[in-house]
Write a protein that binds this ligand. Structure first.
Ligand SMILES: NC(=O)c1ccc[n+]([C@@H]2O[C@H](COP(=O)([O-])OP(=O)(O)OC[C@H]3O[C@@H](n4cnc5c(N)ncnc54)[C@H](OP(=O)(O)O)[C@@H]3O)[C@@H](O)[C@H]2O)c1
Length: 278
């Protein structure tokens, strides 16, 4: 009854692996590079790359369930390997973009739609977790300037987003992998609150005990800054989401209803990640 966790060192994958382990589910961890993954020496761990199908049969051997990241380049090879290994159920970390954007116009939506379609037309049972913006995005967006000089530069400080804690996504995945009835279901997921960006920054400041200055900048300057850390597709996606974000409210899928645990607030997320911002 092994469950394979792809990306078991990733933000979400590591909590999926820990959550399954805490329930006594036999877990196999995968990484493309076991020497840097940081897995415990006692773990059942296999090197696997979704984009290199020849690595997948060893990872999937004897497994019935899989937690998967969306990699369109390898998805057909993955489906073939999973079916031949006897995998029954795949829980995919997908994206809200598949339903909130047009896949012909939005490359992020397209990537996830390709993966969903390949799994849907396979003989595998599936559950799609479709999150909006991760709270962890704040790390690569704001960590450097907060650490260096206590500043965050924002083009739309009053735009609201509904950041979701990676622990809640993992809890959903663990529930879908261990409880019956989640096959054939897609869950659009957000965090529990629609928070202005300036309030998110304030929560981080409170978590680290430091006043963080918000500097309002124009969209062009923000794009230039974002392009230093992100490819254009991601930078433009973030800016568009912020611009459209005013008034956003949390989506109706309740993490709490599915996992039977309250969803984490952004303040809790900031507290969990305080060391990352100090
Ligand atoms: N950020 C957002 O706002 C957002 C919103 C909606 C959906 N998403 C989805 O969530 C994903 C990010 O999740 P995260 O924050 O947990 O990511 P993360 O921390 O960057 O981890 C990604 C994991 O995927 C594994 N991986 C990457 N390429 C792989 C491959 N070819 N074969 C096998 N494993 C591979 C990596 O493992 P190794 O390096 O150890 O191999 C890594 O552990 C995005 O890619 C997107 O699909 C993100």
């Amino acid at each position: 009854m092994t469950t394979v966790v792809f990306g078991a060192s990733g933000n979400v994958g590591k909590y999926v692996a820990a959550g399954l382990d805490s329930l006594g589910v036999p877990v196999r961890l995968t990484s493309r590079d076991l020497s840097t993954a940081g897995f415990p020496p006692s773990a059942d761990a296999v090197a696997a790359d979704i984009e290199r199908p020849e690595t997948l049969s060893a990872a999937l051997e004897g497994a019935q369930r899989v937690f998967l990241y969306a990699k369109p380049d390898g998805i057909d090879g993955f489906v073939a390997a999973a079916e031949s290994a006897g995998v029954r159920h795949v829980v995919l970390l997908s994206s809200a973009a598949v339903v909130t954007s047009d896949p012909t116009l939005d490359p992020i939506a397209q990537v996830h739609a390709i993966v969903e379609a390949a799994i849907e037309k396979s003989g595998l049972d599936w559950t799609f977790i479709r999150p909006g913006m991760f709270a962890t995005n704040s790390l690569w967006l704001w960590q450097r300037t907060i650490r260096e000089n206590g500043i965050v530069r924002l083009p739309y400080p009053d735009a609201r987003t509904t950041p979701v804690h990676e622990k809640d996504l993992a809890a959903l995945a663990v529930t879908a992998l261990t409880d019956p009835g989640h096959e054939g279901r897609s869950y659009l997921v957000s965090g529990p609150e629609a928070l202005p960006l300036r309030q998110q920054v304030r929560h981080i400041g409170e978590a680290i005990g430091r006043d963080i200055v918000i500097e309002e900048v124009g969209a062009n300057q923000a794009r230039t800054e974002l392009l230093k850390i992100l490819p254009p597709i991601a930078a433009d996606g973030i800016l568009a989401a912020w611009k459209a974000g005013a008034g956003t409210s949390p989506v109706p899928t309740s993490v709490e209803a599915i996992t039977r645990r309250p969803a984490h607030t952004f303040a809790q997320w900031a507290h969990d990640h305080a060391a990352d911002f100090r």
